[in-house]
Design a protein around this ligand. Structure first.
Ligand SMILES: Cc1cc2nc3c(=O)[nH]c(=O)nc-3n(C[C@H](O)[C@H](O)[C@H](O)COP(=O)(O)OP(=O)(O)OC[C@H]3O[C@@H](n4cnc5c(N)ncnc54)[C@H](O)[C@@H]3O)c2cc1C
Length: 394
């Protein structure tokens, strides 16, 4: 019997499996889908600047700590597996093309500076000098202002997942395809999971099943809102890179990889467990690329996909042991920042599971914590971003 069994083979489950196995635990990981079948694979791989600063919120502190850990993990993963996850301090350029958008960027720049992050405001000419390809965009004349965040980074989710899986296997983690249906509870312990094909026993359990975690947690009487929020992405292949920074306009973005592939994202859609792309959104995203970069000679539509972000009611993931059960833990609800927060989430939960002192105050992420008061919309929550899509300003 393994010391721990993790349900979920996305970035959250794999990162935790790697961390626990690195501490000498025997780990089994069960996943219904892996690789390209996960939200983690479908993500863009944008890491906004993540400074640690006075008065930082618990969610931002988790991101800031994770950001630092990513730099070490990336190097270690490459040394262990030979896979380069493409972590790149490319910088990010944020654009505004309306008076309200300019105001928003100015306010954003002020907030970044207060946190100690460089945020340069650029006029239209400076924007074009920064990323000359934007001058070919259909909307070039409409861009009024830009904000350059030098500390924004990108990485390649698919490669990182491959590296995590290879590292897990080399540390002895058993990775299996399995659809977990329910759990067998004896007193205050979960003894076994019931899968589509049999039963599996383990010493401890972790639910890290992304948007599906809320459904699994119901079995333990825990109300956890990991509502699936769909995001669609279009991938174009260009003969060579035309931009070097991540280009953001409102909630839309372009991320170009050094091999020329250009990601165009995304949407924030509350439509349930539907992971398909829609022709109108694919067309709209292709239009975003044209509006920003023009016709892009030689570009080819490679594919489109969608992923389901695990929502969060209060803007924080849920990480910790379930109240009233001795051996069941959760790490889920990372919404738009699951890639970024994956390293810190893994180390935090591993510390809790192995009774080590934690780097962050874990109570802010505890399962069963009080829900936000009715009628409030916490920053970074699912409701916050759904409202922003309605009131999108750029
Ligand atoms: C379009 C898009 C862009 C994004 N961009 C970014 C970004 O730039 N930066 C960032 O930090 N985050 C980004 N995100 C968010 C990020 O992808 C998620 O927060 C993160 O992937 C969540 O990881 P996870 O491991 O919890 O879930 P998932 O990756 O969804 O993994 C869940 C796992 O659980 C398994 N599972 C589910 N139910 C069961 C079951 N019953 N039995 C067994 N296995 C089960 C699934 O098969 C899967 O293996 C983006 C998301 C989308 C959709």
């Amino acid at each position: 019997m393994n010391d721990c069994c993790i349900v979920g083979g996305g970035i959250i489950g794999l990162s935790l499996a790697r961390e626990l196995a690195g501490r000498g635990m025997t780990v089994r990981l069960l996943a219904r889908g892996r690789g390209a079948d996960t939200t983690s694979w479908a993500a863009a791989g944008i890491f906004p600047p993540a400074p640690m600063h006075a008065g930082i919120s618990p969610a931002d502190a988790l991101t800031a700590w994770s950001d630092t850990l990513h730099r070490t993990w990336s190097k270690d993963l490459e040394a262990e597996t030979g896979i380069d996850n493409g972590l790149l301090p490319s910088g990010g350029l944020h654009l505004a093309r309306s008076a309200a958008g300019v105001e928003r960027l100015r306010a954003d720049a002020g907030r970044w500076r207060e946190k100690g992050t460089a945020a340069d405001l650029l006029d239209a000419q400076e924007v074009m000098a920064c990323e000359p390809a934007l001058a070919s965009g259909d909307d070039a004349g409409a861009i009024l202002t830009g904000m350059l965040l030098r500390d924004e980074m990108q990485f390649r989710p698919s490669r990182h997942l491959d590296a995590l899986e290879a590292s897990c296997r080399s540390r002895g983690v058993v990775i299996e395809e399995a659809d977990v249906r329910q759990f067998v509870i004896q007193g205050t312990r979960v003894e076994r999971a019931v899968t589509a094909t049999g039963e599996i026993a383990a010493g401890a359990w972790v639910l890290a099943a992304g948007s599906w975690t809320g459904g699994l947690a119901n079995a333990f009487g825990i109300a956890l809102d990991t509502r699936p929020i769909r995001g669609q992405i279009v991938l174009l292949r260009l003969p060579r890179p035309v931009i070097t920074r991540i280009v953001n306009r409102g909630l839309d973005y372009l991320v170009q990889r050094p091999d020329g592939r250009l990601l165009v994202g995304s949407t924030i859609e509350d439509i349930g467990f539907d992971c398909t792309t829609t022709p109108d959104t694919v067309e709209r995203l292709e239009g975003v690329a044209r509006a920003l970069l023009g016709e892009l000679p030689g570009s080819v539509f490679e594919r489109s996909w969608a992923g389901l972000r695990p929502g969060t009611a209060d803007g924080r993931p849920t990480i910790g042991r379930l109240p009233d059960l001795d051996n069941v833990y959760i790490s889920a609800g990372h919404f738009r920042a699951g890639l970024h927060q994956s390293t810190g989430s893994a180390v935090l939960l591993a510390d809790l599971m192995t009774a080590r002192p934690t780097h962050l105050d874990a109570s802010a992420f505890a399962p069963g914590r009080a829900a936000p008061p009715a009628g409030t919309i916490p920053a970074g929550s699912t409701a916050d971003y759904l409202a922003r899509t309605v009131a999108a300003i750029d």
